[in-house]
Design a protein. Structure first.
Length: 224
């Protein structure tokens, strides 16, 4: 049953946001269990908030998988990266299913009829293939197919979000996509010694958490 306790809703959202802010100062820290706890708490509580407020199951599940992916990506190494990528891949599939459920009767037609949607969708359709072509030579053979599949899936997720009449979800999905683009560049394209990597990694987190929060708040409305 949806929560009727406004104070609980506010507390969950506040702790989620506080955890996200705290992790922003730990982005460059050495991997540790305490660091993982702070990172995963932020998105896990968004999933819990969705559950409390009777949000769509696909939303609750996608946010929970995002939290799991956060845990994996908090560690170094290709195996952790692959596990995190897999978690987020399934999360994006759930988002796609959710957005298709909420899609207006016009389907994908608004992408061709409304200028701002057309421009944004066109940018995605250009950016993703360019990003894939740039990444593939830099990605190890074992990760090439997963990275390719993931890149195409998040593109579909963002395009599907663009068909909705929900500004928060559209902005959130766009921020999520931008976050992943910067993350991929940081991991595979930017030299490890580059001085601006810290700024990139903080931008990844701000865009990611902000995107997840906006998607969540596009479907559930806590009493504030």
């Amino acid at each position: 049953m949806p929560s009727t306790d406004a104070s609980l809703d506010k507390t969950v959202l506040a702790v989620s946001f506080a955890s996200a802010v705290l992790y922003l100062f730990q982005v460059r820290s050495t991997p540790s269990y305490s660091r993982i706890l702070v990172k995963t708490t932020s998105t896990a509580l968004l999933s819990y908030l969705s559950h409390l407020l009777g949000g769509p199951q696909f939303l609750t599940g996608a946010l929970a998988l995002g939290s799991l992916g956060d845990a994996f990506l908090a560690w170094d190494g290709d195996l952790a990266f692959l596990c995190g990528l897999s978690s987020f891949l399934v999360a994006h599939v759930l988002y796609i299913l959710l957005f298709l459920q909420m899609q207006p009767s016009a389907g994908f037609q608004p992408l061709l009829e409304e200028g701002w949607r057309t421009v944004t969708a066109g940018g995605l359709v250009v950016l993703v293939p360019v990003m894939i072509a740039t990444l593939m030579p830099k990605v190890g053979k074992a990760l090439r197919v997963p990275v390719l599949v993931y890149s195409l899936t998040i593109c579909v997720m963002a395009l599907t979000a663009l068909t909705l009449d929900n500004g928060r979800v559209i902005v959130g999905a766009t921020m999520f996509t931008a976050s992943d683009s910067i993350l991929a560049a940081d991991k595979f394209l930017v030299p490890g010694t580059a001085g601006y990597r810290g700024l990139m990694q903080r931008a990844v987190w701000v865009l990611y958490y902000g995107g997840q929060a906006l998607i969540a708040l596009g479907f559930v409305e806590p009493a504030l």
